[in-house]
Design a protein around this ligand. Structure first.
Ligand code: UD1
Length: 342
């Protein structure tokens, strides 16, 4: 029998790519989103890629009754929780907004999940929980550090909420995936990252500068203790990242977990500097970017990259796409947006 996966925030950047991979792997996917941070562009792209409509249920996950109604209506075997705010700076200015939205939504999902006979919960966590790690690359055993922002803290707290819920409620099994820096777009250029307003993250800022929406890209800091003075990150292709979710969901649904709560790093294992990424973007796409150095951005860690060995061993997953392919896809997506007038 086909299994059903509920994707909260399924119309967003990561959620839409995960939805495509799940549907292509044979799962029934229910997308639920309140469109607080996206429009229907990605949802329409998902349907176009799949050649059919998927159920889209407008849902505010902070509304407990609405979450219970979803669990009543659909035979949900697994839920993947993406519906959360993610702007680090905004979270510092408006912490209560972040704590209320990101934590309450997850509590409601776990409440509904625990009342089922069995429900698998996948939480989208982040490498932000490692802070500025002493030893690199980081494994899942690397100690977490106190979060530097309310956004980061919601990731730490939600991991703990999932761990404790799994321990307390026999129905609930859980996996937390700690993403490094997800970038890129689907190779069809029909879905991708669509930030509202001025992008906070590097790659959308690069593509928007290349297309002329932004005048100049600021590279935050050129005096870090790295080879070229800019920060090092583990940029993971969004389609690769999405595939990790299919592996994690099937591991949970097929009863292959070794523990009832598991954590996996989802990264490439390759550090790339901000400057290297910019140079690669220019080279593979044949475009010249207008950029300049600017002061360091408060809260940025110097370097972080994953040891993804555990995911390879246990999930049978590893990153396959090169950073070149990923940056070509990111640029194709930005050009697609220009063509459709966004
Ligand atoms: C941040 C979050 C991470 C989240 C990710 C989402 C923290 C500390 N980081 O990662 O949890 O998962 O976003 O993708 O919570 N940069 C520039 N110019 C720009 C934008 C960025 O130079 O206009 C630099 C930054 O200084 C940084 C690198 O590019 O060194 C990556 O920045 P960004 O894309 O914002 O991701 P992170 O801060 O690493």
């Amino acid at each position: 029998m086909k299994k059903t996966v509920l994707v909260s925030g399924g119309a967003g950047f990561i959620g839409s790519h995960v939805t495509v991979e799940l549907a292509q792997a044979g799962y029934d996917v229910v997308i639920a989103d309140n469109f607080s941070n996206c429009d229907e562009t990605n949802y329409r792209g998902v349907c176009k890629i799949l050649g059919r409509e998927l159920p889209l249920i407008p849902t505010d996950f902070c509304d407990k009754a609405a979450v219970y109604a979803l669990f009543e209506k659909y035979p949900i075997d697994a839920v993947i929780h993406f519906a959360a705010f993610k702007a680090v700076g905004e979270s510092v200015a408006e912490p209560l907004k972040y704590y209320r939205n990101n934590i309450l939504s997850f509590l409601n999902i776990l409440d509904a999940a625990k009342d089922k006979e069995r429900c698998n919960v996948l939480f989208s966590s982040s490498a932000t929980v490692y802070g500025e790690a002493e030893d690199l690359p980081v494994t899942e055993k690397t100690p977490r550090q106190p979060a530097k922002s309310p956004y980061g803290n919601t990731k730490t707290v939600c991991e703990d909420i999932l761990r404790d819920s799994v321990a307390a409620y026999p129905a609930v099994k859980g996996i937390a995936l700690r993403y490094f820096n997800p970038i890129g777009a689907h190779p069809t250029a029909l879905i991708g990252e669509l930030p509202r307003g001025v992008p906070n993250n590097l790659v959308p800022f690069i593509t928007q500068t290349a297309i002329g929406k932004r005048a100049c890209l600021s590279v935050f800091g050129n005096d870090y203790p790295t080879e070229d003075g800019t920060c090092l990150r583990d940029f993971i292709d969004i389609v690769d990242l999405a595939k990790a979710h299919v592996c994690a969901v099937s591991r949970m649904i097929d009863g292959q977990m070794k523990q009832d709560y598991e954590i996996f790093n989802i990264g490439t294992g390759r550090p790339v500097s901000v400057l290297e990424l910019i140079n690669t973007f220019e080279r593979v796409n044949g475009v010249k970017l207008n950029w300049k150095f600017a002061p360091r951005r408060p809260g940025d860690v110097v370097a972080i990259w994953a040891d993804p060995t555990l995911a390879e061993q246990e999930l049978g997953w590893k990153a396959e796409r090169s950073v070149e392919q990923t940056l070509i896809a990111a640029w194709a997506w930005e050009k697609h947006l220009a063509e459709i007038g966004i």
